[in-house]
Write a protein that binds this ligand. Structure first.
Ligand code: AMP
Length: 630
């Protein structure tokens, strides 16, 4: 059983599998190794990747970019300005979580991401020639529980059992460490499109151990694009006295131009941004033209890079190490191609960063290796990951009581005893939070449950054992047990990307139905193509070879061509109709081919006989033979 590896990125996604003793990146149906994480809902169905990106200017409201930023997020967790700045229709509430409204329907981010995963499932199946049902998917190390769960749900909707969620930098370390037999500490600086992660790892003896991780799930190349876009909007306003921020189509064009300029400035020192006919007013069309220099861009993005270095500082503090303790700094993520990022990283670590990994593919390759570990194909690697954020419960006075500290190696189970706060208290409520703040309410609320039927007793006497259990995917299960009665309750985790269990089931069924429908559409098209080509071949026979056929065959062919014409011009012709037509056309075509073959055979034999006769005629006469015959 092959377990595919997927880097489900904010900007781009990559598919890799472990095959023949090594990980390979699989190209998508369009032939690219990298698939833009763009999904478009159109009247004719859903498009993913380049196809979605190509049509976004004509369908900005139905085209979804960077959905990963919203995975597992509650509606009010995303600032209003960000909710409003999306180029597509609008963000909306989905059972308290954030959803995206497209053509009147609200989609959960998991459903949208599932479209990308589903495309990869099909690519892998076509590549391997067998069904694929299991995957390893990577997430930013800094993803919280709800974001991980939403990623798992996306996999489920796409028909993939998510065997393991691994952190992107850990995947990169796997890809780097798989061929290394050195014992060393490395840092992975992963600056992508939407997220930033720093991880410090120790490699040696086939063990890859994450020592500490830190980051920001909302810091990436998108923020740089946004800074350039804001600069362009301001400039346009200053020049034309017009605010064009609210227009989806214009925003899309400006963001695309901003990203293009940013990428050009990685290799050039200045670039020109030109957007003709951006809008118009009574005085005529308005264009936007601006020159942006690398120095200007660097000034805009300096605070973002500084923020990434602050995260690095915290990770080193947690690991009890200094930047000079690491032997290599590996760069991952598209935004590490920016010269300022490379220069600041070099300054902070005091050494040149290592560019040997392909920043676009290394994470997917690591995921495929982990897939190989899980399927038993790779057996000399052990991966020890950590939980990125502290997990705990709210105690008296609203304080956060940690059960599992951040950067604890997983899987892990920790327990703590709690009790009642008043005499004869009959139940306790367990509120679970994730985050680093002292007061629970300032952290992320993960869920709540109640343990009831506590025996009557003075306060602080009953013993309630709360257990936090994090599995290898980093997914948390919480339970509480009354030590006296053994009564037990556990937490039903929230944060499935706004979908209830029933809704997840129905989304899975919808996706399966869509896959079935796609399969049917494909089969119908294949059958139509076959009938069309047989039709053409019969028509050619009739045109070119009718001298060979008897009246019966000519009439039969004409009737059949008429029927084919009708069927092929019908919009609603069924698979069975095409198949029956193809079978008759094919039989008819065989009859013609037999005639043609017989004619050709006859001609060939005649030609051979003539050639033989000619050769004989040219042979010198044998006088003795003549004498004998005389
Ligand atoms: P990733 O999430 O790793 O696929 O990284 C995607 C991000 O990298 C996007 O924000 C891209 O705009 C950015 N990116 C890719 N290539 C370059 C480049 N040459 N210069 C600057 N940014 C880039």
């Amino acid at each position: 059983m092959t377990i595919i590896g997927i880097d489900l990125g904010t900007t781009n996604s990559v598919l890799s599998i472990y095959e023949g003793g090594k990980p390979v990146v699989i190209a998508n149906a369009e032939g690219s190794r990298v698939t833009p994480s763009v999904v478009a809902y159109t009247d004719d169905g859903t498009l993913v990747g380049d196809l979605a990106r190509r049509q976004c200017l004509v369908n900005p409201l139905g085209t979804i970019y960077s959905i990963k930023r919203f995975m597992g997020k509650r509606y009010d967790e995303i600032p209003e300005v960000e909710r409003k700045s999306v180029p597509y229709e609008t963000c909306d509430q989905l059972n308290g979580d954030l959803g995206v409204r497209i053509n009147g329907k609200i989609y959960s981010p998991s459903e949208i991401s599932a479209q990308i995963l589903s495309k990869f499932k099909t690519c892998a199946e076509q590549f391997l020639g067998k069904p694929v049902t299991e995957a390893v998917i990577t997430v930013p190390a800094y993803f919280n529980d709800a974001q991980r769960r939403a990623t798992q749900v996306a996999g489920e909707i796409a028909g993939l059992k998510v065997r393991r969620i691994i952190n992107e930098p850990t995947a990169a370390a796997l890809a780097y460490g798989v061929d290394q037999d050195k014992e060393e500490k490395v840092a992975i600086y992963d600056f992508g499109g939407g997220t930033f992660d720093i991880s410090i790892l120790e490699l040696g003896g086939g063990v890859i151990e994450v020592l500490a991780t830190n980051g920001d799930a909302h810091l990436g190349g998108d923020d740089i694009d946004q800074a350039i876009a804001d600069w362009l909007f301001d400039r346009f306003k200053a020049e034309n006295n017009m605010d064009i921020r609210g227009d989806a189509m214009i925003s899309q064009r400006i963001r695309e131009a901003a990203e293009k300029a940013k990428m050009e400035l990685s290799s050039m020192v200045t670039t020109e941004i030109y957007l003709p006919f951006l809008t118009a007013d009574a005085s005529g069309p308005k264009h936007l033209r601006a020159n942006l220099s690398r120095a200007q861009l660097e000034a805009m993005m300096q605070p973002l890079v500084q923020h990434s270095l602050d995260c690095c500082k915290r990770a080193f503090e947690d690991a009890g190490l200094k930047p000079s303790d690491v032997a290599e700094v590996l760069l991952v993520g598209g935004s590490t191609r920016i010269p300022l990022v490379q220069a600041e990283v070099e300054k902070y670590f005091g050494r040149k960063p290592n560019h040997s990994l392909n920043p676009d593919e290394v994470v997917a390759i690591g995921a495929a290796i982990q897939g190989g570990v899980l399927s038993g194909e790779v057996n000399d690697i052990v991966l020890l990951d950590v939980t990125p954020l502290t997990l705990g419960v709210k105690a008296n006075g609203g304080l956060m009581v940690p059960l599992i500290d951040r950067n604890t190696t997983i899987p892990v189970k920790k327990t703590k005893l709690f009790s009642t706060t008043v005499d004869n208290q009959e139940s306790v409520t367990i509120d679970v939070y994730q985050g680093e703040r002292q007061f629970a309410e300032e952290n992320r609320f993960l869920g709540q449950f109640e343990l009831s039927d506590i025996e009557k007793a003075p306060r602080a006497v009953p013993q309630i054992e709360v257990a936090f259990d994090i599995d290898a995917n980093g997914v948390l299960r919480v339970s509480a047990t009354n030590k006296k009665t053994n009564k037990h309750e556990s937490l039903v985790l929230m944060g499935a990307g706004g979908l209830t269990d029933d809704e997840i089931r129905s989304a899975i069924a919808d996706a399966e139905a869509a896959r079935d429908a796609d399969e049917k559409r494909k089969n119908l098209q294949v059958a139509r193509n076959k009938a069309e080509s047989l039709n053409l071949s019969n028509a050619r026979m009739l045109r070119e070879q009718s001298a060979l056929a008897d009246e019966n065959l000519i009439k039969k062919t004409k009737d059949l061509l008429e029927r084919a014409d009708m069927t092929l011009n019908k919009d609603d012709a069924s698979l069975e109709e095409f198949e029956a037509l193809s079978s008759d056309l094919s039989a008819c075509s065989c009859e013609w081919h037999e005639l043609v073959y017989a004619k050709e055979k006859e001609e060939r034999e005649r030609a051979e006989a003539e050639q033989k006769a000619q050769q004989q005629a040219q042979q010198p006469q044998d006088p003795s033979a003549n004498a004998e015959s005389n």
